[in-house]
Design a protein around this ligand. Structure first.
Ligand SMILES: *Cc1c(COP(=O)(O)O)cnc(C)c1O
Length: 368
C-alpha cells in the first residue's frame, strides 16, 4: 500500500460535477476579476468566521502584507511573531521594511509562547502576529490582553486554521485582522493561489480594498500606491462550492486525528495536544520523536509519505541569520523532532491503520 501525505485529487473527484459547473459558469459569464462570486464569497466567509467584513486577495502571503500595510506598519517597526511557521509569516513583515521579532514556542501546542511576548516588547513594537499552527488557535485571550495594554495591533495568521476556534470564537475573528490562505493543500483550498482578510474594522477593510486594486477606489484614479492582489472569479466560484463542505471535512480530519491518538497511545511518539476550549482542525497531524529522520526513512520504504513542518525555525533561516536573534531552545529542539503523518478527509480506516502499523514497525527497527 502507498499512502500519500495528502490526496487532493480524491477531494476533487468527490465534488467533480459541482466544481466543473462552477468553473463553466464563470467561463460563460465573461467576468473574471472582482465579479459576483468574489463578492458573495466575501460575505460567506465573513458570516462563517463571525466578522463584519472579509476581503479577498491573491494569496495568504498577500493577506498578511496588505493587513500589515493597511495598519501602517513599515520601516523600523517591530512585529512580534513566532519562529515556528511557514516562511511567509516573517517574510510579510520584512517586505514592508519592518522587523520580525521572534518568540519561542510552547512545547505542547507548538504555538507562540504567550508568556514570552512581554520580554520582547520595545518602544518600536507595533504589532503581534500569532500563527494558529497546524490548525489549533494560539492563546488569543492572552495575546489580546497584552495588545490592549500596550496599544498593539493583532494580526492573526490563520492560514492553517479556517474553521478552528478558541473559546467559541473562530480563528481570524479575535484580533484586528485575520489572514487566510486558499493554497491547494489548506483545509479550504482553491486550484491555484487565493487568500482572504477578515476584520470587524470598517476603515481597515476599506483600506485593504483600496490597496488590493492599485490604491484605487475608482478605476484609473489612484489615491495611494497599492498592489495588484485580487482573488479571481474562478477561484472564488470554486471556493464557494467547497465552503459548504468545510465543516464536514474538518470534522472528518478531527475524527481521524482522534483515531490516530487512540491507536498511537501504545507507541513511543508524542501525539498532538488539544487544549481545552480550543477546536483543532488538524491542518496537519504532527507527532514527535527524537529519531524523526530514521522513522521517516523507514516509513517511506514502507510506502508511507511523511512531511517535515518545518525543518528550520524562522530565526535560523539564511534570510534571518544576520539579525542575531538569540537562541530559542524550544523551537530549535522541536523542529528537529516533529513530522506529519498522512491525514486528509477522504483517508480510509484501512489506510490509517496501515500508517500506524508501519510506524510501529519503524519504531521497532530503529530500536535495534
Ligand atoms: C500557507 C501559509 C501562508 C501563505 O499562504 P499562501 O497562500 O501560500 O501565500 C502563510 N502562513 C502560514 C502559516 C501558512 O501556512
Amino acid at each position: 500500500m502507498r499512502i500519500p501525505l495528502v490526496d487532493l485529487k480524491s477531494q476533487y473527484e468527490s465534488i467533480r460535477e459541482e466544481i466543473n459547473a462552477a468553473i463553466r459558469g464563470v467561463l460563460e459569464s465573461g467576468q473574471y476579476i472582482q465579479g459576483p462570486n468574489v463578492k458573495a464569497l466575501e460575505e460567506e466567509i465573513a458570516a462563517y468566521c463571525g466578522t463584519k467584513y472579509a476581503v479577498g486577495v491573491a494569496s495568504g502571503t498577500d493577506a498578511l502584507i496588505l493587513s500589515l500595510d493597511a495598519y501602517g506598519i513599515g520601516p523600523g517597526d517591530e512585529v512580534i511573531t513566532t519562529s515556528y511557521s511557514f516562511f511567509a509569516t516573517a517574510e510579510a513583515v520584512s517586505r514592508l521594511g519592518a522587523i520580525p521579532v521572534f518568540v519561542d514556542i510552547d512545547e505542547h501546542t507548538y504555538n507562540m509562547d504567550t508568556a514570552r511576548i512581554k520580554e520582547k516588547i520595545t518602544g518600536r513594537t507595533r504589532a503581534i502576529l500569532p500563527v494558529h499552527l497546524f490548525g489549533q488557535a494560539a492563546l488569543m485571550d492572552e495575546i489580546m490582553e497584552i495588545s490592549e495594554r500596550r496599544n498593539l495591533v493583532v494580526i492573526e495568521d490563520a492560514c492553517q486554521a479556517i474553521g478552528a476556534s478558541i473559546k467559541g470564537r473562530k480563528a481570524g475573528s479575535v484580533g484586528h485582522a485575520g489572514c487566510f490562505s486558499f493554497f491547494p493543500t489548506k483545509n479550504l483550498s482553491c486550484y491555484g493561489d487565493g487568500g482572504m482578510i477578515t476584520t470587524n474594522d470598517q476603515e481597515f477593510a476599506e483600506r485593504v480594498k483600496v490597496l488590493r486594486a492599485h490604491g484605487s477606489r475608482k478605476k484609473y484614479f489612484n489615491e495611494i500606491v497599492g498592489y495588484n492582489s485580487r482573488l479571481d472569479e474562478m477561484q472564488a466560484a470554486i471556493l464557494r462550492v467547497k465552503l459548504k463542505y468545510l465543516d464536514q471535512w474538518n470534522e472528518a480530519r478531527r475524527k481521524k486525528a482522534h483515531h490516530y491518538n487512540e491507536l498511537l497511545t501504545e507507541l513511543d511518539v508524542k501525539t498532538p495536544v488539544e487544549l481545552a476550549g480550543a477546536k483543532h482542525i488538524y491542518h496537519l497531524y504532527i507527532v514527535r520523536h527524537k529519531a524523526r529522520n530514521e522513522i521517516i526513512a523507514a516509513l517511506k520504504k514502507a510506502g508511507v509519505d511523511c512531511g517535515i513542518y518545518y525543518p528550520v525555525p524562522l530565526h535560523l533561516q539564511d534570510a534571518y541569520r544576520h539579525t542575531g536573534t538569540q537562541a530559542l531552545p524550544v523551537v530549535e529542539t522541536v523542529s528537529r523532532e516533529t513530522f506529519a503523518l498522512p491525514l486528509y478527509p477522504e483517508m480510509s480506516d484501512n489506510q490509517l491503520g496501515f500508517v500506524v502499523k508501519s510506524l510501529a514497525e519503524a519504531l521497532m527497527s530503529i530500536r535495534i
